[in-house]
Write a new protein. Structure first.
Length: 269
């Protein structure tokens, strides 16, 4: 154990040549690196050949993960709706209350609610899940990523999953969700929304994507103007029909109620 704790900074790390952890017994020609070189988040001191080994190993691990996650999870006995939205929205705002009520109504239908587990509209959705489930029959789920400025899940998350990277976190959302709802948000919300849209475009997913609010209607119109309605289109007209844009929460609840009913009938068939 070569570190400055546990056995003490000068603890012996015996090998065949009696080298010490503090370097006093280091073989001639070896380099003693300060422990700060191995602090969490610091880059490993790799040469070209070593980096190639690490890169090959990482790619191999990704291949294993891809193979494992190609197996769909067992079908849940509850419809799982993921809600993406801003982390910055305050509790007193109409948007917070609207998202809270949306999640509450979906929970009353018997849905699990999935969010990023953070503050703002994520918290609103998890709070709505708790309010709609006094008998604890559904789950309020948070899929978190480590951020220095967000230290804990919001207080309304019942089951939390923790990720170190956005890559694995996004994959987790895709893996467990039956429907995606996007409410107003910033760059992170756009990232999540576009990933779902793109996976639906290439038919890697077959799940509803509902966008609530004028900002998303405007975004789809922007995509139409600059990606499709041009002399050299970059997308198909059908790509613009993948997301379902609705004006308000009430319209979203009507749509999701129908989708949940179809899902439930297929489950019981």
């Amino acid at each position: 154990m070569i570190n400055g704790t546990g056995k003490g900074a000068g603890a012996r790390s015996e090998d065949g040549d009696g080298a010490l952890a503090d370097g006093s017994g280091c073989l001639e020609g070896c380099e003693v690196l300060p422990m700060s070189s191995f602090a969490p988040g610091s880059p490993l001191p790799l040469d070209g050949a070593s980096y190639q080994v690490v890169q090959d190993a990482v790619l191999g691990l990704w291949d294993v993960v891809n193979r494992l996650t190609s197996l769909p999870p067992p079908r849940s006995d509850r419809y799982r709706v993921t809600i993406f939205g801003s982390a910055r929205m305050e509790r007193e705002t109409p948007l917070y209350q609207g998202v809270c009520n949306l999640a509450r109504e979906l929970t009353l239908l018997g849905c699990d609610i999935v969010t990023g587990g953070g503050p703002g509209l994520m918290q609103a959705a998890n709070e709505g899940s708790i309010l709609g489930d006094p008998d604890d029959r559904t789950q309020s789920i948070g899929i978190r990523v480590h951020l220095d400025f967000e230290q804990a899940a919001n207080p309304f998350v019942e089951q939390v999953y923790q990720h170190r990277t956005f890559f694995t976190r996004l994959h987790h959302f895709m893996w467990i969700s039956d429907a995606f709802v996007v409410v107003p948000g910033g760059i992170g919300t756009c990232l999540e929304m576009f990933m779902v849209w793109q996976l639906l475009q290439v038919k890697e997913l077959d799940k509803p994507l509902i966008l609530i609010g004028q900002m998303w209607k405007d975004l789809v119109e922007w995509a139409d103007c600059y990606m499709q309605d041009t002399p050299y289109p970059m997308i198909k007209p059908s790509d613009l029909r993948i997301p379902c844009c609705v004006a308000n929460f009430d319209e979203a609840i009507v749509l999701l109620t129908k989708m949940h009913q179809r899902w439930y009938e297929e489950l019981k068939a």
